[in-house]
Design a protein around this ligand. Sequence first.
Ligand SMILES: Cc1cc2nc3c(=O)[nH]c(=O)nc-3n(C[C@H](O)[C@H](O)[C@H](O)COP(=O)(O)OP(=O)(O)OC[C@H]3O[C@@H](n4cnc5c(N)ncnc54)[C@H](O)[C@@H]3O)c2cc1C
Ligand code: SF4
Ligand code: SF4
Length: 748
Amino acid sequence: MLINLRRLVQPILDSPNADTRRPVIDGNFESNIPGLYVIGDLGGAPVVKLALAQGARTADHIASKPDATGASGDRFDLVVVGAGAAGLSAALGAQAHGLRVVVIEKNKIANTIEDFPEGKWIYAEPETVPAEGKLWLEGASKEDLLARWRQAVESALLDVRTGEGLAGLKKIKGEFEVTTTKAIYHSTRVVLATGQRGNARELHVPGEDRDTVFHRLYSPKHYAGEDILVVGGGNSAVEAAVALAGQNRVILSYRGPEFTRVFKDNRRKLRAATEAGRIRVIFKSQVKRFDNGMCSLEVEGAGATPVKFDHAFVLIGADPPAEFLRSLGLRLEGDWTGSPMIAMALVVMTLLGVWLLGRKPPVAGYREAGVALTLAAFGSLVYAGARGSRFAWLGISFLVAYTIYGVKQAENFEFWPYRGWGARAFAIFGRPWSFWYTVLYTSVMTVFGIQAAKRWGFDKGDRFQIWRYASLIGFQWIFFFLIPEFLFQWAVKYEWVGHKLATDPTFAGQAWRSYGLIYAWPLFFYTFFGGPSQVWIVWGAFLAFVIIPVLVLFHGKRYCSWICGCGGLAETLGDRWRHLAPKGRTSQRWESMNTVVLWAAVLVTIFMLGRDAVTVFRKPADVGIEYYHLFADTWLVGILPVTLYPFFGGKVWCRYWCPLAKFMQILSGLYTRWGASRFAIQSNDKCIACGECSRNCQVGIDVMQFALKQEELNNANSSCIGCGICVTVCPMDVLTFTAAQPKLVQIV
Ligand SMILES: Cc1cc2nc3c(=O)[nH]c(=O)nc-3n(C[C@H](O)[C@H](O)[C@H](O)COP(=O)(O)OP(=O)(O)OC[C@H]3O[C@@H](n4cnc5c(N)ncnc54)[C@H](O)[C@@H]3O)c2cc1C
Ligand code: SF4
Ligand code: SF4
């Protein structure tokens, strides 16, 4: 049963960035193995300029260590694996600091760039970031750039051993043993800069190992007057087919019914080449085998189809290097480690300890036993977490969130094991826990909000992000802390709201309703019932049905990323885990759960409004309000999402359960369809498929796929909340916010 449970849960646990997981590294690019550094593409630098900078900084950091130099004989101070932008920059920097360095390269120097088509222009983006390190970088053709780099390597007499791939890595008694396909090296430190391209994917069909079948195209001009077969449906395959079509007869075989991931410009070139009869595209076709000069294709509807070829190029992408990295002992972000059963048992034991602690009247020894059990179980969880168990951290995260929300319930309605004493125990300095909860919430948002503003705004010189974080923190302080906790009471006491309202008990006695100033129904679920003053009913209706729809028209769902306190906590505390947001179609299908919550909110509101007038509404109203409060207002908005922040990013509630987000999604989708929406993201043609935008989208949108196709991203085809992080992180300045283009699109 447990195995089945794990099988059910595993796809959910694995969904965040399953394809693009990176090694866990610290601020100096050091991995979980001390002395092993991970940089470049593999360490999160998506373009050459940033890879060079990481290399230079890593060299400086390593050189600052007391034992940085001193190796001699057959030992090195540093082995650099991968002679790409990052590896070369690190090696040249370290050598300049006096370290004894060797570079191991599987193929050729700067092999990734070497593999680009002839004459490809290498952009030196981002323009606002100054170049760092010893390698030259300006916008240039790949040939110019490589010539300069080769010269830099030669004049520095850097020891680069090409055609030698890393096979294994061990750390023995503080020293690394680096095994390559040709030799074994010993060194004090290792820099891993092998890029994200991984190993070329294969079809695994008979004959694929023939010397006429390749998995890369180096130089199209070497082929002329030939029958060429290109297999694949991505940009590499299309670019290769187009490049070869000038002087050959090209067949492009793709298993799909159309090209969905291809740049707009590549599609245009492919269309021109097919119309001119220089390329024949065979969709829905699969290679079955390669024989001598003949390939057997299985074509849907036509069966086995022989295709003549002199050379074939299988360009179907690359397998991400995750398994290889794990085999080296590297921990990858998002990997689930440790035992879920032990973590669960320790959570239950901690709660049992708390239960003993709270027994009344105190039976001799109960409290002491409770303290001992709580400390032992919770301490064991922390210990397991420190030893690398991610399940233990999940348990800790749950205990914290469960306690915070469990004792926030009304007195004697606290959750087990806090029932009957938790609310009182957590009421400090005469103030209820609900007050301290607000203080905690606001403080956490402020501290982490400033950090996030620094990360995305100040460090990147992005004013949009600075304003966004200022807005989130400002709304939290004014509308979700100062007004409900202080200003409302003062407004009543000093009659700032007028004598009539200040003496009206339905207004003066319900300070909590001031959350409804900004929180709109159905997020602020209690707007219209529970005996509100007329002021709140009028304002609540105006906010939900006038202000929100107008805001959505101009700004899509930016309420979630600029105003809302729930979204605010996700964007501040949850920001550091944004890359862990579940990705892919399954996770997007889960988003329909918020339709259920929206319907529940609508129905319970109707029952509650009609409760006194219509007798049959009473029972469903009472049951509905109780369950809505328990599930939506406690578990779904509080305990579960906050528990899951460090594991699935901050947007769990907003994305899967928030009824207001769904309401805005419906509105924004309709506006887009009607051509009225002023909210969308457009792309130019400079995307290099680095994936940074998709990786950092906290609502799991595959932004890169829109960018590659230069397709508009809006609320009719995505649940974008307009946070702009994808725009900020894109190193090529591909993405911009604009008004949606009027056209008929389907609402999700
Ligand atoms: C289509 C495309 C266009 C791009 N255009 C641009 C652009 O215009 N401007 C820009 O700035 N960036 C561009 N990039 C991104 C740029 O190529 C990368 O950011 C950069 O190459 C990353 O450098 P790196 O050193 O981390 O990795 P890489 O350059 O990939 O170098 C890794 C090196 O490690 C070697 N290696 C791999 N495995 C092993 C092993 N097991 N043992 C030994 N060696 C190994 C590889 O052979 C390779 O030489 C583009 C990328 C793509 C895919
Ligand atoms: S697509 Fe971009 S703007 Fe929209 S939510 Fe994702 S990261 Fe934010
Ligand atoms: S649009 Fe996305 S994938 Fe393309 S370059 Fe920008 S961040 Fe990278």
